[in-house]
Design a protein around this ligand. Structure first.
Ligand code: TYD
Length: 396
């Protein structure tokens, strides 16, 4: 049974950065209900309302994995680890984006699956065999007939974006060699609760995984977890290592039971924990609005740093608009000179000088806090302050 526990109001599509200001366009931006539910049986957390894939993942998808040094370094490290630990012959990535990970593998050993044509074009150009398609069983069959079974399937921040999770894992189970390994990386719901980072929820993130829910879902397809790693990426993620149950050559590591116990101890099997989280979210909203209002009363100049999809959830849920935040800065070309969805705040091309006369910066990309603080040490040295809502609204 699915029980709704969190309501984040009406929200625009998180990655639909608007071309022009609301007042200058006749086309009204569409808003969708965003609320979150918990399945009492599988423990899976998911959005109540779903948006069709084609509205979200198309030829204008702006997110690029290679935009941050943190991600590039993390992918380089991971590719080394995969090569050493599993020595793959055929490596397949579902949601290969602009190839940030795959470029660490030889062209003849790696296959990309990417539904957004603007991104698929990049890996194709770089010589990688790329399927510009959505992940499903018919694609898995096509890949099998072309390449036979695959020994490593990897997917980061993608499977949780696909509505039909059963088909996702059925197709993976079908294509993965019997001795093969599936590696899945996604934000951890436990971390999300601990950090009150409710902005992990937006229309693309249909699911937010925990080890408990992953274990339950994959069990139906005769797959099982054999290792779990904790990662700092995307505000705290888990990397799940999965194999066919019939493969007894790979031993199950203690990390699996440790993570499961951690989640059970925290109460992820109980509805009360989810209700408590929803109350923390309401409190976070109230306190963040207070910070912004108090600063604006004092005429402080505030901008946003990192025009993230996550920030779209926060701005729309807390009703923070261009009266509060003058503009956002970001380095992603496809976001520059556009407007934050739903709130009409312009996104400017990042330039250090844009921070010169600013009092406060709202950290839209709080998950890159370390990298950003390092980059902006002069802003901090000159008395500039940051605002964040994670793990609770505060000025740093
Ligand atoms: P991310 O948190 O990965 O995405 P989302 O919430 O959209 O899934 O995106 C980080 C954004 O922050 C991305 O648009 C790039 C931007 N950014 C900067 O502009 N400068 C920086 O130094 C860093 C690290 C990120």
């Amino acid at each position: 049974m699915n029980i709704k526990f969190l309501d984040l109001g009406l929200q625009p599509l998180a990655n639909s950065y608007q071309k022009s200001h609301k007042k200058k366009t006749k086309k009204k931006e569409k808003l969708y209900k965003l609320s979150v539910s918990f399945n009492t049986k599988t423990k899976l957390v998911s959005l109540v309302n779903r948006i069709p894939d084609k509205k979200m993942f198309n030829n204008t998808y702006p997110y690029k994995s290679s935009m941050s040094k943190t991600m590039i370094d993390s992918f380089k490290e991971l590719s080394k680890k995969i090569k050493k630990r599993f020595k793959p012959n055929k490596f397949l990535e579902i949601g290969s984006n602009d190839g940030a990970l795959i470029k660490n593998f030889a062209n003849n050993k790696a296959i990309c699956v990417e539904p957004c044509s603007n991104l698929a074009k990049i890996t194709k150009k770089n010589g990688y065999f790329t399927y510009n398609e959505y992940w499903n069983l018919s694609l898995a069959k096509k890949i099998k007939s072309a390449f036979d079974k695959i020994d490593i399937i990897y997917s980061a921040n993608t499977l949780t974006h696909i509505n039909d999770l059963d088909e996702v894992f059925r197709s993976i189970s079908y294509l993965l060699d019997k001795n093969g390994v599936l590696i899945v990386e996604d934000p951890s719901f436990l971390e999300c609760i601990k950090k009150v980072s409710y902005d992990q929820f937006y229309n693309e993130h249909i699911y937010l995984f925990s080890a408990l829910s992953v274990k339950n879902i994959i069990n139906r397809f005769n797959l099982e977890l054999f290792d779990i790693e904790k990662l700092p990426t995307h505000g705290g993620s888990l990397r799940y290592y999965i194999k066919h149950k019939v493969n007894k050559k790979i031993k199950i590591k203690k990390s699996v039971s440790h993570q499961l116990s951690r989640e059970i101890r925290f109460g992820l099997r109980n509805y009360a924990t989810y209700k408590k989280f929803a109350l923390s979210v309401t409190k976070s909203k109230k306190n963040l609005i207070k910070i912004f209002t108090d600063l604006k009363i004092k005429n402080k100049k505030i901008i946003g740093y990192g025009a993230t999809a996550k920030a779209t959830t926060v701005l729309n849920y807390c009703n923070i608009d261009s009266q509060m935040i003058d503009y956002f800065v970001d380095i992603t070309p496809d976001k520059i000179n556009r407007y934050m969805p739903g709130k009409n705040i312009k996104i400017l091309k990042y330039n250090r000088k844009l921070l010169d006369y600013i009092d406060y910066i709202y950290l839209g990309a709080w998950n890159f806090k370390k990298e950003i603080f390092k980059k902006e040490k002069n802003f901090i040295k000159n008395g500039g302050k940051f605002i964040t809502h994670v793990p609770y609204p505060k000025i740093i």
